[in-house]
Write a protein that binds this ligand. Structure first.
Ligand code: ZN
Length: 422
């Protein structure tokens, strides 16, 4: 496929300082899938490239979903009457167990992949289940769809039902097999080490995963300080840990040379946040899930101001929708409620949320989330004429409106790493 071209339209992306950049009626030059920057006129040396004309349409970077569970997509929008620990036992573990069955997994993962492909997301960081083969099947589908992702085979060897648990040594052996196969078979779909969370992982398992991490240098994903009962439980399980995050850090699975995403961080203490900042741990902020499971509201303004890496995750199926636009709107709403009811921390704006959903989470994948020269070309071409209004809109209002009303607009084309997938 030829992925050197010029694309014309109204470009919107975030600066590194979280400001909105807008270049109307401009050209983005893409060479071998990499943006060479945005130009008002086509530079002489690129004159021979094909121009794809989307004049009048908006073009923004693809969104990066930093945390979701593909196997839970089947029960999205259901079962949100419980808090985290009960929700896991009542709904989640029974459903994830179904992915031992290849036929079931094939059907469910195909639906998930098709919907992700159609969405505003170009990249995702994904939990599978404890099952190696069907998690590899999920990766094959994502690879075929042309999306970029990290996918993890889940590890858990305690505090889980008999029908959905592993022995530590099997979990380690299977994780090694999973990684070897994934690295051999896929290019865009990479393995990520995935201890579910501290309550379901013994020290033996964590040590084994840490050894694999050191050997492979692969990144890690898990959950942190999501729910109050969970945090109390971790204190009982790991009395020697200074705080929840320290229970990962003791094994070297918490940033600092080990690229790490921790989902939630709703109730992280100052000490925990400080460790995350110094270790360079990413937070996947998942406001829909945090509200649906009554977990709380993460201090996202504080995280950003502290200089912690923050991206946004849909956390399917604690979160009810795969729509990152919906998640961004919820991030703003939740932040306003935090400001009103909790600590008067200044609420974030939709432009802050846009930053987190593009550049913020995108940097986990590399140069992703902008149209700067040297960035991989992940882009959504949006036809916003479907969301009609009688008003004359300035450029910024037009864009903010699209972020809020995304579902009403049409995705005209979608590019991932320079390849057109829609
Ligand atoms: Zn999660």
């Amino acid at each position: 496929m030829n992925n050197s071209f010029i694309i014309k339209g109204d470009f919107y992306f975030s600066s590194k300082e979280r400001k909105l950049l807008n270049y109307n009626n401009s050209y983005c030059v893409v060479e071998n899938g990499i943006s060479q920057g945005i130009f008002k006129e086509i530079p002489e040396k690129y004159m021979n490239l094909q121009v794809i004309d989307h004049s009048g349409n908006m073009i923004m970077p693809g969104l990066v979903d930093l945390h979701l569970h593909a196997s839970q997509y089947s029960f999205r929008g259901m079962g949100m009457d419980l808090e985290l620990l009960q929700w896991l036992n009542e709904y989640t573990f029974p459903e994830e167990h179904n992915y031992a069955d290849e036929e079931y997994a094939d059907r469910a993962y195909q639906i998930f992949t098709d919907d992700l492909k159609r969405s505003y997301s170009t990249r995702a960081v994904v939990f599978g289940t404890i099952h190696t083969d069907t998690t590899l099947m999920l990766m094959e589908k994502l690879e075929k769809a042309g999306l970029y992702s990290y996918v993890g085979k889940v590890n858990m060897d305690r505090n889980a039902p008999d029908y959905y648990i592993e022995e530590a040594k099997d979990s380690i052996t299977e994780t090694k097999r999973f990684i070897e196969e994934a690295l051999r078979r896929f290019k865009k779909t990479k393995p990520i080490i995935t201890p579910r969370f501290i309550p379901t992982c013994t020290d033996t398992l964590m040590k084994g995963l840490a050894e694999i991490q050191k050997e492979t240098q692969l990144p890690v994903q898990s959950h942190l300080s999501e729910n109050r009962s969970e945090i109390e439980w971790v204190k009982e399980l790991c009395p020697e840990a200074e705080f929840y995050g320290d229970a990962y850090d003791r094994f070297g699975l918490f940033g600092k040379g080990c690229k790490t995403i921790m989902a939630h961080c709703v109730s992280s203490t100052e000490m925990e946040l400080e460790r995350m900042r110094t270790n360079g741990v990413y937070v996947a902020h998942c406001p829909n899930s945090n509200m649906n499971l009554s977990s709380g509201i993460a201090p996202v303004r504080r995280l950003l101001d502290k200089g912690i890496h923050v991206g946004i995750g849909t956390d399917i199926a604690g979160g009810h929708t795969l729509s990152m636009l919906d998640e961004m709107v919820s991030a703003v709403q939740a932040s306003k409620m935090r400001w009103r009811y909790i600590d008067e921390e200044e609420p974030i704006t939709i432009i802050d949320a846009f930053y987190m959903a593009t550049r913020g989470g995108g940097s986990f994948f590399g140069n992703i989330g902008g149209f700067d020269g040297g960035y991989e070309f992940d882009a959504i071409v949006i036809d916003d004429s479907t969301a009609a209004t009688s008003k004359e809109l300035d450029s910024v209002s037009r864009f903010v409106r699209v972020l809020n009303l995304g579902g009403e607009c049409r995705i005209k084309e979608k590019y991932v790493g320079g390849d057109k997938i829609i």
